[in-house]
Design a protein around this ligand. Structure first.
Ligand SMILES: Cc1cc2nc3c(=O)[nH]c(=O)nc-3n(C[C@H](O)[C@H](O)[C@H](O)COP(=O)(O)OP(=O)(O)OC[C@H]3O[C@@H](n4cnc5c(N)ncnc54)[C@H](O)[C@@H]3O)c2cc1C
Length: 497
């Protein structure tokens, strides 16, 4: 068949969730994915019988009645997922070189305040204020609460608050203010740009509840894909979209094989800049393209995936964020100071609760560090690139070993990835981890709307409102709402609970 109701370009989480919702609504949908497996950033891979996640370490709000639980129930995937709640009293531990303490992020708002107050007894009132302020910010986003859903977008005065400015003024205690930004690698927290609403939507929902998906993101991808197929949808793999064409509106895509597939509507799950690059020149896009091209993207990541020797390193039911200095805003690191930070975690596996079979360590990496190989492709970048990666991994491991002495003796082997790996795998510009940077001083232009200025063409995915599992799920609902109607879709979601 070469005609569908809806084509979805890209089978990342955003594309798959749109396909799930729209196929259930009776549309004949077709997801077109360039890789041999769908899933994009939430895909996991196996090395030496060890499953590693690429962009799904943990997620928030999956407790009964909580926000992501509601959306996952609507997507009909919640009951099929294997999930594991992280440590109630410390799902995150934050530490610094200058201090042996490990500062906990506990789940539950009172518990969070209690546990941090044991380290900062004079700061209890500031911590209570922090939670109340985040609650206030989040309640301005109807789709993050599913309350007051007749308003679609947040109040603009909330969008203009800087996370860094807010946190530096919260208390006179610089260490506490930095600890509260200790999860900033989850949103590439940047002193000059990150809005308080991004910090709040992430921190407030994770503090409510934090979960690992057992056995990796691929398992979740297979559940969503099965739903799509059960609803009659199609997923085409190993097919790259090269052009979006039509007579002054989006009417078809052309694949790298030359095949042309038509649709009434086209949703792009790929980066907006890349999407507009695919649009044929005979479709008028110039002003829109100039605006999208001008938007900056977040920094990328360097990851080390460690295969452990059997029964040597415990499964940690928390993430560890360690910092060289009392500065948790490290996107703008100096290259000779790298790494200033890492996040370390052990993926949950169904074989053992006691022992980990792998460790993932993530830290920022500027694109400039890998730019000299930008014209190369995965597995063919040459010896000097391999040497670069090993040198970086060893430097990172030296830093980690200080906090986890003896770790090296437990390593069977390790693999690495750089921003170039992400660029080639998902197509994200310069290997950006989270896509378009949201800016508190220019919020409206950095929030991308699902309906584009090109007739029949829509966006979905992490570049809309927010990245992450929750952000992309809400983005998929927003995109589908443009097609089936906002009030109709929200009512359907609310009718489920
Ligand atoms: C290192 C890292 C860790 C993360 N950890 C977490 C976490 O713990 N929790 C959390 O909630 N979020 C996390 N995230 C964020 C989360 O993974 C992403 O926000 C989310 O998966 C993005 O989904 P997406 O659908 O927008 O895009 P993508 O996953 O990028 O999907 C885009 C898809 O489009 C395909 N594609 C591209 N070009 C074409 C083309 N021309 N034709 C056909 N197909 C094409 C790609 O192959 C890809 O499959 C992490 C991200 C990173 C990078």
């Amino acid at each position: 068949m070469n005609k569908f109701d809806i084509i979805i370009i890209g089978g990342g989480l955003g594309g798959l969730l749109c396909a799930n919702v729209l196929s259930k609504e009776g549309f004949n949908v077709c997801v077109i994915e360039k890789n041999k497996k769908q899933g994009g950033s939430i895909q996991s891979f196996a090395k030496n019988k060890t499953i590693f996640n690429t962009g799904l370490n943990y997620t928030e709000g999956l407790g009964e009645g909580e926000i992501l639980h509601k959306y996952f129930k609507f997507f009909n995937i919640i009951d099929k997922l294997k999930i594991k709640r992280m440590d109630i009293d410390a799902f995150e531990r934050i530490s610094f070189d200058d201090d042996d303490a490990e500062y906990p992020f506990a789940q539950g708002y009172d518990n969070f305040v209690d546990k941090l107050s044991t380290h900062f007894p004079d700061e209890r009132n500031n911590l209570l204020r922090y939670i109340a302020d985040m609650k206030n910010v989040c309640s301005s986003f109807p789709l993050y609460t599913l309350e007051n859903t007749d308003e679609i977008s947040g109040k603009t005065d909330i969008l203009n608050i800087s996370a860094y400015n807010y946190l530096t003024k919260l208390s006179d205690n610089n260490k506490l203010n930095n600890i509260l930004a200790g999860m900033s690698s989850l949103y590439a927290g940047d002193k000059n740009n990150t809005p308080m609403y991004i910090h709040s939507l992430i921190n407030y929902t994770f503090i409510k509840s934090a979960w690992r998906i057992i056995d990796g993101g691929s398992y979740m991808v297979s559940i969503i894909s099965k739903e799509i197929k059960n609803n009659g949808g199609t997923i085409l793999l190993n097919k790259k979209v090269q052009t979006i064409g039509g007579k002054n509106k989006a009417e078809f895509v052309r694949l790298d094989s030359g095949e042309k597939i038509f649709a009434d509507k086209i949703i792009s799950n790929i980066h907006p800049k890349n999407t507009l690059n695919l649009v044929d020149d005979n479709i008028n896009k110039s002003a829109f393209k100039t605006r999208i091209d001008s938007l900056e993207n977040s920094i990328g990541m360097f990851s080390v995936y460690i295969v452990l020797k059997k029964n040597q390193f415990p499964y940690l039911n928390y993430n560890h964020h360690h910092f060289k200095y009392v500065n948790t805003w490290t996107t703008d690191y100096l290259i000779n100071e790298w790494p200033e930070h890492y996040m370390l975690y052990t993926p949950a596996n169904s074989n053992s609760d006691k022992w980990a079979n792998g460790i993932i360590i993530i830290t920022y990496m500027k694109y400039d560090e890998v730019k000299k190989w930008e014209k190369t492709y995965t597995e063919q970048r040459g010896e000097d690139y391999l040497e670069f990666k090993t040198k970086k991994a060893e430097k990172l491991l030296d830093f980690v070993e200080k906090k986890f002495p003896g770790l090296r003796s437990k390593i069977k082997c390790y693999y690495t990835s750089t921003p170039l790996t992400y660029r080639d795998y998902t197509g994200t510009p310069n290997g950006s981890a989270y896509g378009i940077i949201k800016k508190y001083n220019n919020p409206v232009s950095t929030i991308i709307k699902p309906k584009t200025r090109i007739e029949n063409l829509y966006f979905t995915g992490q570049n809309l409102n927010m990245h992450g599992i929750l952000g992309v799920s809400i983005g998929a609902v927003l995109t589908c709402a443009e097609i089936v109607g906002y009030n109709y879709l929200i009512k359907k979601i609310k009718d489920i609970f």
